[in-house]
Design a protein around this ligand. Structure first.
Ligand code: SF4
Length: 351
């Protein structure tokens, strides 16, 4: 087991990344390949993440500047992007493609500043004034600790895994602090993008994903609910440390949503749209809130603990939900060549 990329398989891990947990939900064997054996995965996805990383750094530089007007904030971000881009060495098919990808990033930054960035810059500044320091990343570490079953033999204390779900910045107003994470796309959130309540089809989707009798496979939304649980707990801990009495919320902002980008090839212009997704309301359930008066969801939190416990015990066999994994996860898996279950199924199919 690994910590999401840095521990060897021989060491007992103490940390788990939220991305690793999502991979485990897609397929436990894929998690083993990617995070235990640390085999390289999808290169195309990596390129998009790298470009988004440039955007994240540029925007965070602008949020951390003293600027408060839209044009000035955008100018800081674009200047930072300019220097990052000069050192960026992705291989493009042509110079025209390189120019186009940069234009997409610039359009994304301008649109971010216009839709939410200017307001967030002011709210980051206000929070910094109250706390005596900025909460601007690009990586603000947030985590929650989950107890796991002790391994056989003598152990020291109660074993636990620290699940890490960093955000890019935190802003606040009078009664709330909000963690924001930039992501390439919100497509994997599925239904969560269009709902504002846990009750109803979100809770049904969550239950059905884990029901062996149902043909439901929704690792993206389930991972997002787990992530929200971790981020909100991390923000509550942050509030305790900073002695802030605030409600906590979590928002994702996509920076590489191709369906929101329009290109005018004749004029050579690019326009991008930014649509943040608020994940707090689809996570919090009224029953847990009634009992605890905190933004929590007992159903999600309990399931998070049981999934993490399985992962920590080294349960990587995908066959107990094989048909769902084979149909939904195997087709775009980069590990098919070395995967025993996949190869066995293909041989059986051919024969
Ligand atoms: S090929 Fe299928 S079963 Fe094998 S690791 Fe990939 S997703 Fe899992």
């Amino acid at each position: 087991m690994s910590n999401g990329g840095s521990n060897s398989s021989q060491q007992a891990a103490t940390h788990l990344s939220i991305d690793g947990l999502e991979t485990y939900l897609e397929c436990p064997r894929r998690y083993e390949f990617a995070y235990v054996h640390e085999l390289a995965g999808d290169a195309a996805d990596d390129r998009v993440r790298e470009r988004v990383a440039l955007c994240r750094q540029a925007i965070c530089a602008a949020l951390g500047s003293a600027e408060s007007e839209p044009d000035a904030i955008a100018a800081v971000a674009l200047e930072r992007l300019d220097s990052l881009w000069a050192e960026y060495d992705e291989r493009f098919h042509s110079l025209a493609q390189r120019r186009h990808e940069r234009a997409v990033l610039e359009a994304t930054i301008r649109e971010y500043v216009e839709t939410v960035g200017t307001a967030h810059a002011k709210q980051c500044g206000r929070l910094a004034g109250e706390t005596g320091g900025e909460l601007i990343g690009p990586t603000i570490p947030l985590a929650r600790s989950v107890g796991v079953s002790p391994p056989a033999g003598p152990t020291d204390g109660e074993p636990a895994l620290e699940i890490e779900a960093p955000v890019d910045y935190v802003y606040g107003d009078d009664d709330t602090i909000v963690g924001v994470r930039f992501v390439p796309t919100c497509r994997s959130l599925g239904l969560l993008r269009y709902r504002s309540s846990w009750t109803g089809d979100v809770s049904a989707l969550f239950a059905n994903h884990f029901d062996p009798a149902r043909d439901v496979f929704e690792p993206g939304p389930v991972a997002a609910l787990f992530e929200t649980s971790v981020v909100l707990e991390g923000l509550r801990n942050l509030c305790d440390r900073l002695e802030l009495d605030r409600r906590c919320r979590y928002v994702q902002i996509p920076l590489a949503e191709r369906s929101s980008t329009s290109v005018n090839w004749v004029r050579g212009t690019v326009e991008a749209a930014i649509e943040p997704t608020e994940l707090t309301d689809v996570y919090v359930d009224d029953i847990t809130y009634g009992m605890t008066h905190e933004h929590r969801n007992e159903t999600v939190d309990d399931r998070l603990e049981s999934v993490v416990d399985r992962l920590a015990s080294g349960a990587f066999d995908p066959t107990d939900r094989w048909e769902r994994i084979r149909r939904n996860a195997c087709p775009d898996c980069p590990y098919t060549v070395g995967c025993e279950e996949y190869v066995a199924a293909e041989v059986e199919f051919d024969g």
